[in-house]
Design a binder for this molecule. Structure first.
Ligand code: BG6
Length: 486
């Protein structure tokens, strides 16, 4: 039976909190996963009173949940879990004592401190928590990406928070790891003999991992223009997915074993420098385009700036230099304002070694395993089969389909809900170790350096398309093409 816990969210009125965290906690409440006595303590810097905070939270829920998920009677119950506190994190004043009084009534209770604030104030937040003795042996710190800007800044952040929390009590979130299909990827690989036997360079031709988004800047211009797609998406989400596809079977499914295997993959990524970066990566930036007839502005117009070389799209070819994956290209791609919203992993198997049906039976397609995380969650395998509608021997690709929305009609996954409840229950297996963050940055940093040192600028693509032509050309070099869904 789960225990009640206190979750203190620093950045209580921020975008992440209102868009993701409060809705996730509301879902947990609706699904009876918030044990009575659990408190959601939202720390807000702006001088709101309790009622106006509750109004803000109710509005956010109505905006970010589906209509059937939100109801006024349930909100009335849920709001008794919410405890806004007015606090300026950076100022060490008596309001920290007020937080201490609120929490000290139950010193044994699990405390989850969630830093939904910029990393620049992680240190001072931990320092103030420590100075009012709020960090107990039952306390956990949850931190969000972006964890730094490069290897050096990430190390500085990790060193700073390590002054206050042990590594096993630091929960670095990558919300992609909380998506159910991502966890299913491990289940699929490590509980089915048929896949694992073929999961290597002998049978796999190449792998594609693609996260396409239709949204643009969403009011995050300042952050995004400094970060760009490589830092915002590839350093974390895409590399984490690559790790789960490529890693060896962990000895157990605990955090230590899984993280150790992921680190080995990151360390085996072939480093790219100078010309190699230019030959194996494509940067893009969107210009105005349209979705179903509706015109959307280009990146620079959204940014309200005449110039920026920030990439809103990146495609790259990576290699993992180890026995299992030698010479298998891993294509990674992500972008804003692309044609459709989709996150997908495609495992393309090799051609059969010898064709037994003659050409009149039609073309042969290699087997493909498609693991879709978004918009719906599914796993599909394409296999060649006989076309039963035709008396002649005609071949036709057929799809073996595991569509989870058909199987689990009541099920609505929420990565943040999953990860918050895991943090409260001290289940660290879906969180990221400090060394993973470092290894990922060590691979990303030289790519950014080479881009900065080259005179090249991002290739332009129209909003509502699959990115610049150069991205297709990158795959065409090896006779491949993107499998675009939607
Ligand atoms: C975040 C990025 O980590 O992930 C955003 O900062 C991006 O730019 C988001 O939009 C995508 O997450 P999801 O779950 O909507 O695919």
């Amino acid at each position: 039976m789960a225990e009640p816990f206190d979750i203190v969210i620093f950045g209580g009125t921020g975008d992440l909190t209102l868009r993701k965290l409060i809705p996730a906690l509301y879902r947990a409440f609706r699904e009876n996963q918030l044990v009575e006595g659990t408190r959601v303590i939202a720390s807000c810097r702006s001088q709101q009173d309790i009622d106006s905070y509750l109004d803000t939270a109710a509005l956010a829920l109505q905006q970010h949940l589906s209509p059937e998920e939100f109801s006024v009677p349930e909100w009335e119950q849920f709001k008794s879990y919410l405890h806004p506190v007015m606090l300026d994190i950076a100022v060490d004043d008596d309001r920290w004592q007020a937080l201490q009084v609120l929490m000290d009534a139950e010193p044994e209770k699990v405390r989850v401190f969630y830093l939904a604030v910029p990393p620049a104030i992680f240190g001072v937040t931990c320092e103030n928590l420590s100075s009012v003795n709020l960090i107990t042996t039952n306390s956990r710190l949850v931190v969000e990406k972006p964890l730094g800007y490069d290897a050096g800044s990430a190390d500085a952040i990790n060193t700073e928070i390590a002054n206050y929390f042990e590594e096993e009590n630091i929960y670095r979130i990558d919300h992609y790891l909380g998506k159910e299909t991502v966890q299913n990827l491990m289940a699929l690989r490590f509980t089915n003999l048929i896949f694992e036997q073929l999961w290597n360079a002998k049978s796999i031709d190449h792998v594609q991992i693609s996260i396409s988004e239709t949204v643009g800047l969403e009011g995050r211009a300042g952050f995004y223009n400094d970060a760009g797609a490589l830092r915002d998406m590839v350093q974390n989400h895409l590399l984490q997915l690559l790790c789960l596809v490529a890693m060896e079977s962990p000895n157990k499914v605990d955090a230590k074993s899984i993280q150790a295997e992921k680190i080995k993959v990151l360390e085996a990524l072939r480093p790219m420098h100078g010309e190699e970066v230019i030959n194996n990566t494509v940067r893009g930036q969107y210009v105005a385009g349209s979705y179903f007839g509706e015109l959307v502005p280009g990146y620079l117009e959204e940014l309200e700036s005449p110039t920026s070389q920030t990439e809103t799209f990146v495609a790259l070819r990576a290699y993992i230099d180890n026995w299992r994956w030698a010479r298998v290209p891993f294509y990674l791609r992500t972008g804003k304002r692309m044609k459709s919203r989709c996150a997908e992993i495609v495992i393309q198997f090799k051609d059969v070694p010898h064709r037994v049906y003659d050409d009149s039976a039609g073309p042969l397609e290699p087997n493909r395993l498609v693991i879709r995380l978004q918009p719906e969650e599914s796993i599909q395998m394409t296999v060649m089969s006989k076309n039963l509608e035709n008396m002649d021997m005609q071949l036709k690709p057929a799809t073996l389909n595991l569509n989870f929305s058909d199987t689990y009609t009541q099920f609505r996954s929420d990565a943040y809900k999953r990860l918050i409840l895991d943090a409260a229950a001290a289940n660290t297996s879906l969180f990221i170790h400090r060394d993973e963050v470092a290894a990922a940055w060590n691979w990303i940093d030289p790519i950014i350096d080479s881009w900065q040192n080259s005179k090249a600028v991002p290739n332009l693509y129209r909003a509502g398309t699959w990115g610049p032509d150069e991205s297709d050309e990158l795959l065409a070099e090896e006779g491949h093409h993107w499998f675009n869904s939607g």
